[in-house]
Ligand binder design. Structure first.
Ligand code: AMP
Ligand code: MG
Length: 323
């Protein structure tokens, strides 16, 4: 398949270019597009043959459902059949942004989108290019991260192209993803909100709106979030999560990933804050492979704020290995 790469400035969107991408979605094709979390691989939610191409392009297991991306709260009615008041309050507070909401699905949502579950997951992104693509396509866009299944999610167009060239019809380069870890997934089908995948929106943030919110016990095996049971975010290099990074000595075959205090010595340094680290973690994991490192030592952040999401991704990437 021929993959066209187009560049769109998020601050000055070229309407004719975004219309061409929207046309690919309407025709049943696949478009890689930027969001504030990571790059997505999108197709028309209501075209099952198009959605099937997403699973094929990624090598994604058929029991791992997809998030539908929308551009207005009104579009929730196209997808969900029961929407509690708390869900609307969360949408008002956190959309567009990195929060995915799970609701009971309408029968009109194709089985393949929800991998046969009775639920549907929905998000409205804040990224201007993603927003315009959804709006001009005129349909919700089902989109997982634009990586081959098992690899770190792409946060740059170059990394998305490394996995999706020859597999998607079009790639939109809209600059680097600012958040860098995938959205928080919160299940609103029970009595109280449960986070199935941590992200930039924390349980505290959600509880400040709904009164309560818990992290689903074991992310790795939570049956309600099928995706979390698979190997994830793994580069070729052997990854270790490190509690005290200042103790680590690297050599020519290994690299240190860190933030906060800059260690120098060729370490990949994300910046001062854990938000900087979130933005760079997947980028660094891919860069470690590109530069031929055999081992990665990555600082394990504290369990607070977006650090909860970064710990979750890093521990999966490391297969649970901590030093
Ligand atoms: P990705 O788009 O690659 O970030 O993956 C989406 C994540 O959301 C996966 O971990 C899915 O298992 C999860 N997910 C999507 N839809 C649902 C749903 N209806 N119920 C539970 N988890 C879901
Ligand atoms: Mg993914």
């Amino acid at each position: 398949m021929n993959t066209e790469i187009i560049k769109i400035d998020p601050n000055d969107i070229d309407a004719s270019l975004i219309d061409r991408a929207a046309e690919v979605i309407r025709r049943g094709g696949l478009v890689v597009f930027p969001t504030e979390t990571v790059y997505g691989l999108g197709a028309n939610t209501f075209a099952p043959e198009a959605v099937a191409k997403i699973y094929a392009a990624k090598g994604r297991p058929a029991d791992n459902p997809l998030i539908s991306h929308i551009c207005s709260i009104e579009q929730v009615d196209l997808l969900a059949r029961e929407v509690p008041a708390a869900a609307y309050r969360l949408m008002e507070r956190f959309w567009g942004g990195p929060l995915t909401i799970i609701l009971k699905r309408k029968a009109s949502v194709p089985d393949i989108v929800s991998a046969g579950l009775d639920t549907v997951s929905i998000r409205m992104p804040s990224h201007s290019v993603a927003y315009e693509l959804i709006r001009r396509s005129g349909v919700p866009i089902a989109a997982p991260s634009a990586n081959l299944s098992g690899s770190p999610s792409p946060t740059t167009a170059r990394h998305a192209a490394a996995d999706m060239t020859g597999r998607a019809d079009m790639i939109i380069d809209g600059g680097d993803s600012l958040i860098g870890v995938e959205s928080t997934v919160v299940d609103l089908t029970g009595l109280s909100p449960v986070i199935l995948r941590p992200g930039a929106v924390t349980a505290e943030d959600i509880a400040s709106v709904t009164g309560s919110c818990a992290y689903g016990g074991d992310y790795a095996n939570a049956p309600k979030c099928p995706g979390m049971k698979y190997t994830h975010y793994s580069p070729r290099a052997d990854v270790w999560a490190v509690n005290d990074i200042s103790n680590i000595k690297n050599d020519e075959n290994s690299v240190i990933l860190t933030y906060g205090e800059n260690m120098g010595g060729g370490a990949f340094y994300a910046g001062k804050t854990v938000e900087d680290y979130a933005a760079k973690l997947f980028y660094f994991l891919r860069r470690a492979d590109e530069e031929g490192y055999k081992t990665v030592y990555a600082r394990l952040p504290d369990e607070t704020g977006i650090g909860i999401a970064v710990r979750n991704r890093l521990l999966k990437s490391a297969g649970g290995k901590v030093i």
